[in-house]
Structure formats: structure tokens, C-alpha cells
Write a protein that binds this ligand. Structure first.
Ligand code: NAP
Length: 248
């Protein structure tokens, strides 16, 4: 089994498969963080060399099925997985987390991508909480009139805004902590990708409670012809169904 990771869900799936399914799973990470959570089991780190490299990997390692549990914004990897699995004739399922959906009291402003959201955020606030990841801050670097609270797991790549404070942290984050953080820094706008999931949702609840606008970056497109599930349990069941004929 190959589990394409970069999410907590991927670690859980790989762990569940190794624990309970009498199956060897390999967790694959892009290598975006220097001390990644990996759980137990075999881990490989770094790109495959495009779809062709991944197809080769599948064949050479006798992979019988692939779970794409990548981050919802890691779309290139998902497209490569679709192409490679079709080429190597290996079944593929994607774990697609449900996106966050606005409810009463939310002041969300949609943005089609991170570049588009810098102008929106600049118009909506002066003290902006940026949670888009460390590699996507360039569009904000030109905003000299604004102050930023930047939160990322690893130190961000330059260029960075003129005025900012950096918090290095990995979720999950609690509602009370997010509320206190935003109050302490007088945040008046939040910028986030629509990653979905519970671990980083509390900032949205805190923004709602404070009446703060949220610039919400929409997810990139996913490959169309790939089976998908929404929950870890369903992904594990899907794998077990694929393993049964292999063992028989
Ligand atoms: P990407 O654009 O989908 O992938 C770029 C390349 O990274 C892929 O072509 C592949 O290289 C390699 N790669 C990605 N995921 C991999 C995996 N699980 N195992 C092995 N190689 C992998 O993804 P990205 O550049 O990492 O990130 C795009 C967006 O997703 C960013 O906005 C980022 O903040 C967000 N994100 C990513 C991760 C993550 O772990 N990747 C986690 C959280 C958030 P080859 O073509 O050489 O195979």
C-alpha cells in the first residue's frame, strides 16, 4: 500500500493499516517540514519525479493500491497520482476532506487563489492574521501599510511583509486560544485556505465570534475520475477490500 501524505489523516490511515490489516503500508511525504509527524511504519520523503516517476515507483515496489490523503491544496500530487495509477493499473482512492462551509454570523469573502486574496485582505483589514502556509506569503510582501500575524509550522520563505510577528505552531488549535490570540493582537481580518477539518477550524469560530471578516481561499481543482471517500474509516475499508483478493 502507498499512502500519499502531508496530512494528519494520512498518518492515521497508514497507522491503522499497519496495526490492524496485516498490511505493509508506505507513507509518502513531500518533505515540506524538517521534523514531520510520521507515526509508525515505513516512511519515504521527497518527490517521485512526476507522474512517470510515481508510476515507476508503484511497479518497482509492488504497490497494490494507493490512498491519496494529501492536503486539499496539494493538487499537483493528486493529478500525478491519478495519471500514475492509471498508467500502472493500480487502484486509487482519494480522501477528500469536506471543505468548511460558512454559517450564520460568518463574514467570509471568497478568493480564487492566494494571489487574489492579498488585495481583498488589504481592503478588509489593517491587522491581518495570515494562515496560508509559509510558501505563499509573497503576495502580502508589498502591503506596507498593514501589520501581519503570520502563523506557520516552519519559518516562512522570503519575501515577507515589512511589519509582522511570526508564530511557529502546528495545530490542532483550540477555540479559546484562537480567540485570545486574535484579541491580543487586535486582529481585524483572517486569511486562510479552505483546508477543512477540525484541527484548524477554531480560528473561523473565533473570527465569527469577534465579527471579523475571513478571506477564504477556494480549493484548487482535483482530478475528476478518481474515486473518493470523505472519512478515514472509509479509506481503510476501501484498502481492506482491495487487499482481500490479493491475499486469497
Ligand atoms: P503539490 O503542488 O501538489 O506537489 C508538488 C510536488 O511535490 C509534487 O509534484 C511531488 O513531486 C511532491 N509531492 C507532493 N506531495 C507529495 C507526497 N505526499 N509524496 C511525495 N512527493 C510529494 O504540493 P506542495 O507543493 O507540497 O503544496 C501545494 C500546496 O499544498 C501549498 O499551498 C501547501 O501549503 C499545501 N500543503 C501541502 C502539504 C504537503 O505535505 N505537500 C501539506 C500541507 C499543505 P514530484 O512531482 O517530484 O513527485
Amino acid at each position: 500500500m502507498l499512502v500519499l501524505g502531508g496530512t494528519r489523516d494520512a498518518i492515521t490511515i497508514a497507522q491503522r493499516l499497519n496495526d490492524g490489516s496485516n498490511c505493509d503500508s508506505i507513507l509518502s511525504l513531500a518533505g515540506r517540514t524538517s521534523h514531520p509527524d510520521t507515526g509508525i511504519g515505513e516512511v519515504r520523503i521527497g518527490g517521485f519525479g512526476g507522474a512517470a516517476g510515481l508510476a515507476r515507483f508503484l511497479t518497482e515496489h509492488g504497490i497494490v493500491a494507493v490512498v491519496d490523503a494529501t492536503h486539499p491544496f496539494a493538487a499537483r500530487m493528486s493529478f500525478h497520482a491519478a495519471v500514475a495509477c492509471a498508467r500502472a493499473n493500480v487502484p486509487l482512492v482519494a480522501l477528500v476532506r469536506e471543505p468548511w462551509v460558512a454559517s450564520a454570523g460568518d463574514r467570509w469573502v471568497p478568493a480564487s487563489n492566494v494571489n487574489a486574496c492579498a488585495a481583498l485582505a488589504a481592503a478588509l483589514g489593517r491587522r491581518i492574521f495570515l494562515t496560508v502556509g509559509r510558501q505563499e506569503l509573497e503576495p502580502f510582501a508589498a502591503l506596507d501599510e498593514h501589520w501581519f500575524l503570520i502563523r506557520s509550522i516552519e519559518p516562512p520563505d522570503p519575501p515577507l511583509p515589512r511589519a509582522y510577528e511570526l508564530i511557529l505552531a502546528r495545530g490542532p488549535f483550540a477555540f479559546s486560544e484562537e480567540l485570545a490570540l486574535m484579541r491580543a493582537h487586535a486582529i481585524d481580518c483572517v486569511v486562510t485556505k479552505n483546508s477543512g477539518g477540525a484541527a484548524t477550524q477554531a480560528k473561523l469560530l473565533a473570527a465569527r465570534s469577534l465579527g471579523i471578516p475571513v478571506v477564504m481561499v477556494a480549493r484548487p481543482a482535483r482530478p475528476a475520475d478518481v474515486s473518493s471517500v470523505q472519512h478515514i474509516e472509509a479509506a481503510v475499508d476501501w484498502v481492506r477490500e482491495r487487499l482481500a483478493p490479493v491475499r486469497a
